[in-house]
Design a binder for this molecule. Structure first.
Ligand code: APR
Length: 388
């Protein structure tokens, strides 16, 4: 198999990239391990920042998002001292989120990519990657095979094979396990509050995020290594009630739990995110903890930058943007990491055995006070929360 840009992985990163390249008439082939049904059903993030909404809109990929997505502009923080809301849509740059479940976005992107004449093979697992020749070997139901492009885009997520194709001596890896785990829960229940709500409690963090009129996402901080099966529906709702302080703020609208899985808060960045003919996009380039919902937004940002750089190289013989792809993306990746790290420190109590847990608690209190009272801090929060 021979193509111009060979893309590994049909998540948001690979699909946005593929669509943007097809719009320029560039030949692309996407190889995806999962089946179409599997990737279209995978529940993931749902908060698209302003830049993501712009990219999707400008490139004709936003019909579903504009029709079914919901604008969100407020978040709330709850703890022992009460609750306050931040209407971030009126702070900072005045930007909002669009809430649109990622599997719906992926479904739209696949349909549009095929419409644009893109080639896409499901059930194909890439096993070997050669960055120098932009060649991969793969395995599928019919056996094994080889594919080659002029360029290779590694969009295969955090456990993918493409990032391993950059020689270890050429990269610096920055990996951190934040020592925190969330039980991520999807419930067949309407949202309980108008706003995204972050609750801080001695039992641990709890979060509430609207998803669609019928489905609401909740998070519960749990000990790393906890078994999701140990969390029955009853136990989940009871613990959410405690941490969300329903006695004080009113009940949650309950419904069946349809998905429960443990998410470990990890960061894993490599530098550079390109080598020879290989360019990494999305989680393959940098894994970010979900604490600020930046993962999919970084993927879309990088896909647009890489699409522009590849288009310059292929249609105008101009390699400048391609040569500096990694240098362009990494400062933005680190800004997002920094903000998500700040969110982790805001939302969670002391994680490891701290010599003085009271100190951490007091710092968290001060962070929250500052966010509640200081307009400059609120503006900065709003810009970082919705922006990249
Ligand atoms: N061969 C082929 N496909 C592969 C291989 C492989 N060896 N390894 C992984 N894949 C596929 C996965 O099946 C998946 O569909 O690559 C895709 C990677 O997609 P995502 O994990 O969604 O990663 P990305 O596109 O970078 O998504 C960005 O969205 O919700 C978030 O957690 C997600 O933060 C991430 C973001």
């Amino acid at each position: 198999d021979q193509t111009t840009v060979l893309i590994i992985g049909a998540g948001p990163a690979g699909l946005v990239l593929g669509n943007l390249l097809r719009a320029k008439g560039i030949d692309t082939l996407i190889l995806e391990r999962g089946s179409r049904e599997h990737v279209q059903a995978r529940a993931r993030a749902g908060f698209l920042g302003a830049n993501s909404a712009r990219v999707l809109t400008e490139h004709g990929l936003a019909a579903g998002m504009l029709h079914n997505g919901r604008l969100h502009d407020t978040c709330a923080f709850r703890d022992a001292s009460g609750e306050f809301e931040l209407n971030y849509g009126k702070l900072g740059r005045g930007e909002m989120h669009t809430v649109y479940p990622q599997h719906d976005l992926v479904t739209d992107l696949i349909a549009e990519y095929l419409d644009r004449g893109g080639e896409l093979r499901f059930g194909v697992t890439v096993t070997d990657v050669d960055a120098e020749t932009a060649t991969v070997r793969f395995r599928h139901a019919g056996g094994t095979g080889e594919a080659r492009g002029r360029f290779l885009a590694g969009c295969d997520g955090s456990n993918g094979v493409t990032r391993q194709a950059i020689p270890a001596a050429r990269v610096t890896r920055h990996a951190r396990d934040h020592g925190i785990a969330w039980l991520a829960v999807l419930t067949q229940a309407p949202q309980s509050m108008a706003a995204v709500t972050y609750a801080m409690h001695d039992n641990g963090f709890a979060g509430h995020m609207a998803r669609s009129p019928e489905v609401t996402r909740y998070y519960l901080q749990v000990p790393p290594g906890d078994d999701p099966a140990a969390w029955t529906d009853e136990r989940i709702w009871a613990e959410l009630g405690v941490r969300m302080r329903v006695d004080q703020f009113g009940p949650l609208r309950q419904g069946p739990v349809t998905e429960r899985r443990i998410v470990h808060l990890r960061s894993d960045i490599i530098d550079p995110i390109q080598h020879a003919r290989l360019f990494l996009v999305g989680d393959a380039a940098s894994l970010i903890s979900p604490s600020a919902a930046k993962g999919a937004n970084l993927a879309i940002m990088e896909a647009e930058i890489l699409a522009g750089a590849l288009t310059d190289a292929l249609t105008r013989d101009d390699d400048h943007a391609l040569a500096s792809y990694s240098r362009t993306c990494l400062p933005r990746i680190w800004r997002a990491q920094e903000f998500s790290h700040w969110m982790i420190a805001l939302l969670h109590g002391p994680t490891r055995t701290e010599p003085d847990a009271g100190f951490e608690h007091a710092l968290r209190r001060a962070r929250l006070d500052s966010l509640r009272d200081c307009r400059a801090h609120q503006d900065f929060f709003a810009e970082s929360y919705v922006g990249i």
